[in-house]
Design a protein around this ligand. Structure first.
Ligand code: PLP
Length: 328
């Protein structure tokens, strides 16, 4: 299983951005408080820019761009988009040009991820107060304009949540599997965040291809469980076509999608998630942020307390540090 997956991944174009594996380690002080051994997979330490999950997706997306001889990368998102800053950072590492498209106004004093984009010198377009769909429309027309000028643009679609982007977490699941074997610990339950579903789809597909060594809990931070399941199934279908390995099972038979901790959805904090942004670093020394990483922490600790987690749990830290500085 493992070798077949590794071979299939090795056939695909991939840019090296991540000096893997990212650390997997226990949270000793938190164990004192909860009475339970807990591991963390440090995908906040993916080695480029402020780090985070999108670096894994960018390895496959920018690998594809380079294989097609593209010379300018377009990415879009809200001002504090982690994808935009990580794409800009990765382009610097690979010597590619990058243009970012945001809705909203260019701020007088950039903060958080926008400050990092400014330091990187990345060209940023601010569309003003327009609906988020306008970002894609603008990105398409910019790509056409650049192509007419003789450039070869590459568009990163949908915040890197695509079949190709999700390959990052197919590879990520394999990486974690190999690390867990090395620890000799019965790490079985893995908590992953579910935003647009790219991380979750990739991880679930990778886990399936490995014979389901992990019991995956997807903590939705945005959609209802049933909506997220449909999105994940679509992403896995696209991903399967690229990888060429089967997925003959329903998404709901491969993981538990939990939407009890999402509050009002994307960017809507809950009292518990706001508290976790302070409590978690105070007992681990590791920062989390409000949108993606605090709700999975709340979910994990609550489920441990309610004795719904038997084996040793592991939380996937997906990063987002750049945006933390603009969340207060
Ligand atoms: C984008 C992002 C996620 C969620 O990824 P999806 O693939 O959209 O579910 C999680 N954490 C951080 C820090 C992110 O930037």
């Amino acid at each position: 299983m493992q070798n077949k997956l590794r071979t299939a991944l090795e056939k695909l174009p991939r840019a090296t951005l991540l000096y893997a594996p990212t650390p997997l380690h226990p949270l000793g002080n938190l164990q004192k408080q909860t009475g339970k051994e807990i591991f963390i997979k440090r995908d906040d330490l993916t080695g480029i820019g402020p780090g985070g999950n999108k670096v894994r997706s960018l390895e496959f997306l920018l690998g594809d761009a380079l294989a097609q001889n593209c010379d300018v990368i377009l990415a879009a998102g809200p001002a504090q988009s982690n994808l935009c800053t990580l794409a800009a950072s990765a382009c610097c590492a690979l010597g590619l040009e990058c243009v970012l498209i945001h809705n909203g106004k260019s701020p007088e004093r950039p903060q958080g991820n926008l400050l990092l984009n400014t330091i990187l010198g990345t060209e940023s377009v601010f569309l003003g107060d327009v609906p988020s769909e306008m970002r894609n429309i603008h990105m398409e027309s910019l790509a056409q304009k650049l192509a007419a000028e003789g450039r070869k643009p590459y568009i990163i679609k949908n915040g890197a949540t695509s079949g190709r982007g999700a390959l990052g977490y197919v590879a990520g699941a394999l990486e974690l599997y190999e690390q867990v074997i090395q620890t000799g610990k019965p790490i079985k339950t893995v908590f992953v965040p579910g935003g647009n579903g790219g991380v979750a789809a990739g991880f679930v597909y990778g886990n399936y291809l490995l014979g389901m060594p992990f019991d995956v809990k997807v903590i939705s931070v945005e959609y209802s469980a049933s909506e997220l399941e449909v999105i994940m199934a679509d992403v896995i279908r696209e991903c399967r076509e690229i990888l060429g390995l089967p997925f003959g099972i329903k998404v709901s038979d491969t993981c538990e999608i939990i939407d009890d901790y999402s509050g009002g959805g994307w960017g809507q904090n809950t009292p518990e998630s706001e508290q976790a942004v302070k409590d978690f670093p105070r007992s681990t020394g590791i920062f989390i942020e409000n949108i993606y990483t605090s709700k999975p922490v709340v979910a994990m600790l609550d489920m441990i307390k309610k004795e719904r987690v038997n084996e040793i749990p592991c939380i996937l830290h997906t990063g987002g540090l750049g945006s933390l500085f603009a969340q207060f």
